[in-house]
Design a protein around this ligand. Structure first.
Ligand SMILES: Cc1cc2nc3c(=O)[nH]c(=O)nc-3n(C[C@H](O)[C@H](O)[C@H](O)COP(=O)(O)OP(=O)(O)OC[C@H]3O[C@@H](n4cnc5c(N)ncnc54)[C@H](O)[C@@H]3O)c2cc1C
Length: 438
């Protein structure tokens, strides 16, 4: 798209900001093998973490992606690395009891830690920082809710946090007066997801995994008497002993066991034009990650290059064109930072995420196929963690155990196959957010 109007900066591009530093890699085209120990469908964070572990465990691991390597959400996200699930700790206690809720959140914390451990062990240069996160409240009711949630986490999980009233918040975040206070979590992280992905790709291939781009997987057969599966692809058939499906929000109808179990939703993100260090110091002096507490969340951080602000929001909603969507997201940005009323957009992009109906990530096994999926907006930790867990389960290792494999994965085709469902649900959640913040 050209710079058609004054809301688009002269260097505006409709592409992920992260792809500036790390464009999609052009992998050498090689013949597909006829057999592999494990075929992995999807070359995002999940698929590559599984592939590296399998290859290091001596398995012939073959990753197939319908598009370029890393085309999916793994290189399109906001780069937040957190330890919360989309179901709050308080809600999980009510629904499943304290012990189950703790078990889920202990593993969510392990997933968060797995990112830092992977970055360090693999020596991946991706600007990983324990920058801390600010959870912003837009009303007294939201403020009380997040303080209660973190008090529960402190009491049962030992989570450290600080409460920031409006005055204390101003030292951290100088945005709209709508924000009445916040909770600060000191150790949560952020990184450059494009560089993280590039490091994972390099380490997976360096460990002996094969990665084939532009190879779309169609039907996956059922195991034969010896446990082998036939996998149809756009470049011919391949046989494997095990399959990992790591397609998340990009899952199509070919993957017919998984598709009706996932609710896919469209997410949107933007980078501003370049701003001065002075401006950024005034707005976000400590360069943390910032998340509001609406169900349909807005996420904000200063980009690792220290020159632009990144923001995501408007998840799951529909607009006639992406340009309309970009304008709407920019308007939401100005609502957050009214002092930047004439801001121009530098980048705007979209990506697909997915969630199971119970909003808990899954690592499920069905007829020889492992499905690691349904992370909503926590795919950097969960993809790292469940990708590794999938590999360890295939290798029969005790460390592959996870609570995210323990429960069923309901098929709700009636909801998940309907395009009206997500916009309707998001409208209801938006009404709920407005009611809470009135
Ligand atoms: C705008 C946005 C902001 C986000 N922010 C954050 C954040 O800050 N922190 C966080 O933790 N998470 C965030 N997320 C979520 C996170 O990015 C995803 O959960 C995560 O990337 C999923 O990784 P994955 O490897 O499982 O799948 P993906 O990275 O989505 O990869 C799936 C791959 O499967 C391939 N594929 C699909 N079907 C087939 C097929 N039939 N054959 C072969 N290949 C196929 C696709 O081409 C794609 O490359 C965000 C997502 C978006 C879109």
């Amino acid at each position: 798209m050209s710079a058609a109007s004054d809301v688009f900066a002269p260097d505006y591009r409709q592409a992920p900001y992260w792809w500036d530093a790390v464009p999609r890699p052009q992998l050498e085209v090689k013949p597909l093998p006829q057999r592999a120990d494990v075929v992995i469908v999807g070359s995002g964070v999940t698929g590559l973490n599984a592939a590296r572990e399998l290859a290091r465990g001596g398995r012939h691991a073959v990753v197939l992606d319908a598009e370029d390597a890393g085309y999916g959400a793994s290189t399109r996200n906001m780069g937040f690395v957190g330890s919360a699930l989309k179901r709050s700790f308080g809600a999980l206690i009510k629904r499943r009891g304290l012990e189950q809720a703790k078990a889920y959140y202990v593993e969510a914390r392990e997933a968060f830690e797995s990112v830092g451990q992977t970055v360090e062990a693999e020596k991946i240069d991706c600007h990983y920082r324990a920058c801390g996160r600010i959870f912003l409240a837009r009303s007294r009711r939201q403020f009380d809710d997040i303080v209660n949630e973190y008090a529960l986490k402190r009491d049962h999980l030992g989570q450290r946090f600080e409460v920031l009233d409006r005055d204390a918040l101003l030292n951290e975040f100088n945005g709209s007066e709508d924000f009445v206070g916040a909770v600060y979590i000191p150790d949560l992280g952020s990184f450059h997801p494009g560089k993280y992905h590039a490091g994972l790709l390099d380490r997976a291939m360096g460990s002996g995994a094969e990665v084939h781009a532009h190879t779309k997987v169609g039907a996956i057969g059922t195991p034969d008497r010896d446990g082998w599966l036939d996998i149809e692809t756009s470049r011919g058939r391949i046989r494997a002993r095990d399959v990992v499906v790591a397609t998340n929000g990009y899952t199509g109808s070919d993957l017919n066991w998984l598709r009706p179990r996932l609710i896919p939703f469209h997410a949107f993100a933007m980078a501003t034009e370049e701003l001065s260090e002075n401006q950024l110091d005034t707005l976000m002096p400590n360069r943390r990650t910032y998340l509001d507490s609406n169900f349909n969340t807005t996420a904000i951080q200063v980009a690792p290059d220290g020159r632009r602000i990144l923001m995501s929001g408007l998840t799951g909603t529909e607009e006639n064109t992406l340009e309309d969507k970009a304008r709407k997201l920019r308007k939401q940005f100005v609502d957050v930072f009214p002092q930047l009323g004439d801001i121009q957009l530098g980048r705007f992009w979209t990506g697909w995420c997915s969630a199971p109906v119970d909003r808990l990530p899954k690592l499920s096994h069905h007829q020889g196929v492992y499905y690691a999926t349904g992370y909503s907006f926590i795919g950097m930790p969960m993809g790292t963690y469940l990708g590794q867990k999938a590999a360890w389960q295939i290798m029969g290792l005790e460390k592959g155990r996870t609570i995210f494999s323990d429960r069923g994965f309901p098929n709700l085709a009636f909801l998940t196959n309907n395009t009206w469902f997500v916009p309707l649900a998001m409208n209801i959640y938006d009404l709920h957010d407005r009611w809470v913040n009135r």
